[in-house]
Design a protein around this ligand. Structure first.
Ligand SMILES: C[S@@+](CC[C@H](N)C(=O)[O-])C[C@H]1O[C@@H](n2cnc3c(N)ncnc32)[C@H](O)[C@@H]1O
Length: 293
């Protein structure tokens, strides 16, 4: 009776876990420390960009609730913020409408605009500054974006930058915290992100910050020759294939534990979800055969 009782409770807890795992992801808060890396890196980049008299143009790709804009207002003085023209872009109408309705609270910016746009549609972006963006940022989001979009997304972002000084800044967690897994997620570590960018012909300088999970931060230079989309795609396929192989092996180990004793059901669920996401993306990349690992 005792063990049955325990099993029922475990199943209810597991049901709740699966439900939250499969729900729409929310921004993960890493005890405040993560956001400070994001804000201070962007503030530093903005301060070294030689803005002309028209100011500095910043695009926050996948901006969500514009937490970066709020953070920048806290960490930069009003004179500097007054030189920054901010454009937030997101696929969620709800975020766009909310940010628009709060425009007054961003009045210290030299300009504040938002636009509804999916990353795969960035080449059709409406709000483009005449000379291009000085800085485009992609914060805390790479893991949510289907990798099949990366080659066209990075190419579109590169083409939206100011020539030749524009920069792209990317920051994301290498792994999600154990209590915040997302079924949508495919996580990228420093070596994978940089390998993928370089395969696309981009120049990228990266650092890793050890917080409650490791956070990878990358500065990418404008490329006059654009992005080698085929090269990047080949590298993505290679990375996803080896990721899929590793996760299948790991899940086998967890499965053995499940057969012999009370195993880690939650870990099994997350590994199963990761296998599905990697396989789905590889399928979408239309591979005729998966490369040897
Ligand atoms: C985890 S939140 C990060 C928000 C913000 N960048 C930050 O650091 O606080 C991820 C955001 O990416 C957006 N997003 C995810 N996939 C997207 C896509 N394919 N195109 C545009 N936006 C996307 C989501 O709507 C969400 O607002």
């Amino acid at each position: 009776m005792d063990s049955l009782d325990r099993l029922d409770r475990e199943n209810l807890a597991l049901g709740g876990f699966v439900k939250s795992y499969a729900s729409r992801p929310e921004a993960v808060r890493l005890d405040g420390s993560h956001t400070s890396i994001r804000e201070s890196a962007v503030a530093t980049l903005l301060s070294v960009i030689p803005g002309d008299r028209g100011g500095v143009h910043l695009m926050d790709v996948c901006c969500g609730e514009a937490a970066l804009a709020e953070g920048l207002m806290r960490s930069m003085d009003n004179t500097k913020i007054g030189q920054v023209h901010y454009l937030g872009v997101d696929q969620e109408r709800w975020y766009i409408n909310r940010n628009r309705s709060r425009r007054a609270s961003f009045a210290h910016f030299g300009g504040f605009e938002v636009e509804l746009c999916e990353v795969s549609g960035l080449s059709g972006l409406q709000h483009r500054p005449e000379g291009g963006f000085d800085l485009a940022v992609l914060c805390n989001t790479l893991h949510e974006i289907p990798p099949r979009f990366f080659p066209m997304m990075f190419d579109a972002l590169n083409s939206l930058l100011k020539v030749p000084s524009g920069l792209l800044y990317l920051i994301d967690m290498e792994t999600l915290p154990d209590d915040s897994p997302e079924s949508i997620a495919i996580m990228w570590n420093q070596e994978e992100v940089v390998g993928m960018l370089r395969a696309g012909g981009l120049t990228a300088a990266s650092t890793v910050h050890h917080k409650s999970v490791d956070v990878c931060s990358v500065v990418i230079e404008y490329s006059a020759s654009g992005v080698d989309q085929e090269g990047m795609k080949r590298k993505i396929v290679e990375i996803l294939s080896s990721k899929l192989h590793r996760v299948i092996e790991e899940r086998r180990g967890v499965e053995l534990d499940l057969e012999t004793r009370n195993g880690e059901y939650r870990k099994w669920v997350v590994l199963t979800g990761t296998i599905a996401r990697c396989a789905e993306e590889l399928d979408a990349l239309r591979l005729e055969r998966w490369p040897e690992v």
